[in-house]
Design a protein around this ligand. Structure first.
Ligand SMILES: *Cc1c(COP(=O)(O)O)cnc(C)c1O
Length: 395
C-alpha cells in the first residue's frame, strides 16, 4: 500500500507528530467541504426536504454498512447513532434479556470505565439481582462459567493496549451458554476484526478514534443477523419503530438492525463521518495491521535503547492493538513536555503514557522523531518544569 498517499488525505499541522489518532483521529481534508455541503445545500437550501432528498434518514444504515466491511459484519447488521456509552447500554440490555435465567455480567479490569458504569446503572434499573464479575484481563477465560449471562469486553485495553483473542473467548462464552458483547472502540480501524467468523452476538464501537469521524462522531452497534428479530430494544425510540411515521401510540420494533436506532440522527456528524469512511474504503486491513505493528515495534525498540527509565506497560509477547504504552511515575509531566514540542500522545492515570500508531498518517520518520524527543525530555529532565505539572481537565 502507498501509505504516503493516505497521509496526503489528512490535514496535519506542520511540526506536529500525531500519536493520538487512537483518541481523536485527525481531520480528513475532504471533511470540511463535505460538511459545508450538508450545511449549505442540504440544510440551507433543502431544509426539511433533505430528510428524503439528501437521504439523511438512511445514513445511519448506509454508514453502518461501510463500517461493517471493517469489522467483518454483513450488510444490514450495523447501524450508526448515539454515543458509545449509549450503545453499550443498549447492547447489554438486549443481551441480558436473551439470557434471563442467569445473573452475572462478566467483564475485566482493563475495560473502559464508562462501559462498567453503564453496566452498573443498567443492573440497578433492572433490579433483577444481576451482579458484575470483574476479573483481571488474563483471568477472563477461566471466569466463564454457567452463571455468566453476558460477557462484556473491550477487545483492546485502552491503557495497556493488551488485545483479547476475540474468537477464542467468544467460542468459550458460547460453549458456556453466555451471550457476548464486544466493544471495538480500539479495534475498528486499528486491525482486522471478523465478528461473523468469531460468532460474536453484539458489538459496539465509536467512530471518532481510529475511524476519524471527528469530535462527537456517533457510535455504531452490531447485532448478529439471526438475533435481529429476537432482540428487544431497551431504548425504544421512535426511529427504531417499525413505522416511525405511522405515529402509533404503542411501540413495535422495526425489522432488522433498524430497531437499534433511537432518535434523530446527528446529520452534521454523519456528513463528517461519511467523508472519513471514503478513506477507509481504500484501506486493506491486513496490510494496515502489519504496518501498525511494524511501527509500534520500531518505537518500542527505540525507547528500550534510549529511555531506560520507561517501562513497557505490557509484556512484549502479549498481543496488543495499535497503541504502545509506557509507564513512568512522572508520566503526566513527561507527556505535557512532549506535547509542548508537538509530539502528541496522551496520559492515562495513574502512570501511563499512551502512543497510537496509525499507519494512515504515521511513518518511520514520525516514530523516530518521537523517540528522539522522548529521550531528550528524559535526559534533560525537561518534564520537571513547573508548567508541565499543572493538571488539565482532559489528559
Ligand atoms: C472511548 C471509549 C468510550 C467512550 O464512550 P462515549 O460514549 O463515546 O464517550 C467508551 N468505551 C470505550 C471502551 C472507549 O474506548
Amino acid at each position: 500500500m502507498d501509505w504516503s498517499a493516505f497521509r496526503d488525505r489528512f490535514h496535519l499541522p506542520d511540526g506536529v507528530i500525531y500519536l493520538d489518532g487512537n483518541s481523536l483521529g485527525p481531520l480528513p481534508k475532504a471533511t470540511a467541504d463535505r460538511v459545508r455541503r450538508t450545511v449549505e445545500e442540504e440544510w440551507g437550501d433543502g431544509l426539511v426536504r433533505s430528510w428524503n432528498d439528501a437521504g439523511w434518514m438512511d445514513w445511519p444504515a448506509r454508514l453502518g454498512d461501510r463500517i461493517g466491511r471493517l469489522i467483518g459484519a454483513p450488510a444490514g447488521s450495523v447501524v450508526v447513532g448515539d454515543t458509545l456509552s449509549i450503545k453499550v447500554y443498549q447492547a447489554l440490555a438486549s443481551a441480558l434479556e436473551l439470557n434471563l435465567g442467569r445473573r452475572v455480567v462478566l467483564s475485566d479490569s482493563g475495560n473502559f470505565p464508562s462501559d462498567l458504569y453503564m453496566a452498573e446503572g443498567l443492573i440497578a434499573s433492572l433490579g433483577r439481582g444481576h451482579e458484575m464479575r470483574i476479573v483481571a484481563p488474563e483471568a477472563v477465560a477461566d471466569a466463564i462459567d454457567d452463571d455468566v449471562a453476558v460477557m462484556l469486553l473491550t477487545q483492546v485495553d485502552y491503557r495497556t493496549g493488551r488485545m483479547h483473542d476475540m474468537a477464542d473467548l467468544t467460542a468459550r462464552a458460547r460453549a458456556a451458554g453466555a451471550v457476548t458483547v464486544w466493544d471495538l472502540a480500539h479495534s475498528a480501524g486499528a486491525h482486522e476484526v471478523n465478528l461473523t467468523r468469531a460468532g460474536a452476538d453484539f458489538a459496539v464501537g465509536c467512530t471518532y478514534k481510529y475511524l476519524n469521524g471527528g469530535p462527537g462522531a456517533p457510535a455504531f452497534i452490531y447485532v448478529r443477523p439471526d438475533l435481529h428479530d429476537r432482540v428487544r430494544p431497551a431504548l425504544s425510540g421512535w426511529l427504531g419503530h417499525a413505522e416511525p411515521f405511522a405515529f402509533d401510540a404503542a411501540y413495535r420494533p422495526g425489522a432488522g438492525i433498524a430497531r437499534m436506532r433511537v432518535g434523530t440522527p446527528a446529520v452534521l456528524q454523519l456528513a463528517a463521518l461519511e467523508a472519513a469512511l471514503d478513506i477507509w474504503d481504500d484501506v486493506d486491513m491486513a496490510a494496515l495491521r502489519a504496518r501498525s505493528q511494524q511501527l509500534s515495534d520500531r518505537f518500542a525498540r527505540g525507547v528500550a535503547a534510549r529511555c531506560p527509565d520507561l517501562a513497557p506497560a505490557l509484556d512484549p509477547h502479549v498481543p496488543r492493538g495499535s497503541q504502545f504504552s509506557l509507564r513512568h511515575p512522572q508520566g503526566y509531566a513527561i507527556m505535557q513536555a512532549l506535547i509542548a514540542r508537538g509530539v502528541i500522545g496522551d496520559f492515562r492515570a495513574p502512570d501511563i503514557l499512551r502512543f497510537g500508531f496509525t499507519p494512515l498518517f504515521i511513518g518511520e520518520a514520525e516514530v523516530d522523531g518521537a523517540v528522539d524527543h522522548l529521550a531528550d525530555v528524559l535526559d534533560t529532565r525537561a518534564f520537571e518544569h513547573a508548567e508541565f505539572a499543572r493538571r488539565r481537565m482532559v489528559t
